[in-house]
Design a protein around this ligand. Structure first.
Ligand code: NAD
Ligand code: UPG
Length: 459
């Protein structure tokens, strides 16, 4: 099928490249010329494992452009995957979506096109986009640029995205489910056809990413627009509050002398609870959980609903970042003048995304208390220099530099490189060998045997 993808960020790029890999003819359109040039040259503007390999495998079916006129005409499906960041009141800022919808309408030229919201958008956005498309399309046909194609038809659908950064390709090719919402049966049929190779798992896997042994046919949730839109927010908020719950229990564990890792394991083995997303630590960050929980609360407020559980998940999460600094203060008493190293800046491993990364709050809070910080990340430093110029002078090139004369080191992001460090090599460089495990991933006993004073954020 012929597909257009608007926006080549984490979601649009993964969607476009994956669908091209499956054999669809895909054109990706983005306003960012530099990004388009890079992608056209086969290079990936974000750090996402496997993406350049998949780009190479999908290249024959894939085009990148800044021109809607080159991308939209003839498309059976147009995915919109532009950013929807938080506005000042917590609701999503929909200006990118509006602009993309208007541009799509200017270029529509096909018997039937499904315009799909893949961005995370508030409940009711499907209808809103439909109205924008119809108005813009009508204006075009009434104006001098009208094509006289009165037979052009389109319908809006919602197809929320559930990929995790760092795991984007596997989450797309081997997803837990696909959700499609539309009030138009023809669009459900078109999207069902588009996704059939994934739903039935009939494609030959990419050479670098074999099909997991437990991959089965993928459940398809075909539903109405509003339900699909709410599924996305409800799922993200649930994952966020599951982590916050583990962190809340972790604070009690610390008081009563229990080990939160053992507690989480014991809870998670109950299949009704499940062991994933119970990992305690400095809490969740990234571009989605904070923004989407805020948006859910803002939407509920429009209906005079409070969402107290979601609010509490946010409060607990913010508190975890403060607790990390408090734990250091408890150990060192005075933070002023201390040198503290942070290992890991990206909001989680295997990405260079720094949006709402806990490391940023922790570093700023330490600096505000007069500490000298040293910051390290195996991948995200280039992006860090551009996006965080005030913190850039604190970056370290090497891990040795982080540990040298340090009063404490905090493991903020559990990159594999850090887990595999020969920790005994660095202890001699430190002034006081304190390790704060911000992710509860280090072997406490081993660290103590080496000679570190091992402390964790909770438990
Ligand atoms: N990042 C994730 O892991 C993830 C996962 C699921 C859902 N989402 C949702 O998907 C959406 C996109 O997120 P992202 O992280 O991919 O965003 P992003 O910021 O990485 O990418 C958005 C892209 O859209 C382009 N763009 C903006 N306006 C445009 C326009 N009018 N025409 C063409 N291109 C335009 C930008 O230049 C940018 O390249 C958001 O709503 C987000 O909440 C994100
Ligand atoms: O047990 C856990 C699991 C995760 N995290 C943290 O939670 C954050 C989010 O992690 P993850 O969900 O893996 O990353 P994202 O790429 O933000 O993905 C989430 O947000 C996306 C955007 O909406 C959704 O598509 C995904 O389904 C959803 O998992 C990160 O800071 C993690 O360190 C924990 O603290 N403990």
């Amino acid at each position: 099928m012929k597909v257009c993808v608007v926006g080549t960020g984490y979601v649009g790029l993964t969607t476009g490249v994956s669908l091209a890999f499956l054999g669809h003819e895909v054109t990706c359109v983005d306003l960012d010329q530099a990004k388009v040039d890079m992608l056209a040259a086969g290079r990936c503007p974000i750090y996402e494992p496997g993406m350049e390999d998949l780009l190479a495998e999908a290249a024959p079916n894939l085009t990148f452009t800044t021109s809607y006129a080159d991308a939209v005409p003839g498309a059976d499906v147009v995915f919109v995957a532009v950013q929807t960041p938080s506005a000042a009141d917590g609701s999503p800022d929909l200006r990118y979506l509006r602009s993309a919808a208007e541009s799509v309408a200017q270029a529509l030229d096909h018997d039937f096109t499904v315009v799909v919201n893949k961005s995370t958008v508030p409940i009711g956005s499907g209808n809103w986009v439909d109205a924008i498309l119809r108005d813009s399309f009508q204006q075009r046909e009434n104006g001098s640029e009208g094509t006289g194609r009165n037979d052009t038809e389109f319908a809006v659908a919602s197809n929320p995205e559930f990929l995790r950064e760092g795991n984007a390709i596997a989450d797309t090719l081997y997803p837990d489910r696909i959700v499609i919402g539309s009030d138009n049966p023809r669009s459900l049929e078109v999207l069902n056809r588009l996704y059939r190779p994934i739903i039935n798992q009939t494609f030959t896997p990419p050479t670098f990413l074999p099909r997991p042994e437990d991959a089965n046919a993928v459940p398809l949730v075909s539903t109405d627009l509003a339900s699909a839109e709410l599924i996305k927010y409800a799922a993200n908020a649930f994952l966020a509050l599951k982590i916050s719950y583990a962190n809340e229990i972790g604070q009690l564990a610390a008081k009563v002398g229990a080990d939160i890792t053992e507690v989480a394991r014991g809870m998670g083995l109950d299949q009704r609870i499940g062991s994933r997303f119970l990992q305690p630590g400095v809490g969740w960050g990234g571009s989605c959980f904070g923004k989407d929980t805020k948006a859910l609360i803002a939407t509920a407020a429009e209906y005079n609903l409070e969402m107290p559980i979601v609010k509490a998940a946010r409060d607990v999460n913010q508190r975890q970042r403060a607790i990390a600094v408090e734990r250091l203060q408890d150990e060192l008493r005075i933070l002023k003048g201390r040198k503290i190293g942070l290992l890991g800046l990206a909001f989680k491993p295997n990405t260079d995304d720094l949006r709402d990364a806990p490391a940023l709050d922790i570093a700023n809070s330490l600096i505000a208390r007069g500490a000298r910080v040293k910051l390290h990340d195996p991948v995200a430093t280039e992006r860090f220099r551009i996006e965080q110029p005030e913190l850039a002078p604190y970056l370290s090139q090497t891990i040795d530099e982080v540990f040298a004369d340090c009063d404490a080191v905090v493991l903020v992001t559990e990159w594999g490189q850090y887990l595999e460090l020969d920790w005994s090599k660095f202890i001699g460089l430190m002034r006081t060998p304190i390790i704060l495990d911000g992710r509860h991933v280090l072997d406490a006993e081993r660290m103590r045997r080496i000679g570190y004073k091992y402390i964790a954020v909770a438990g």
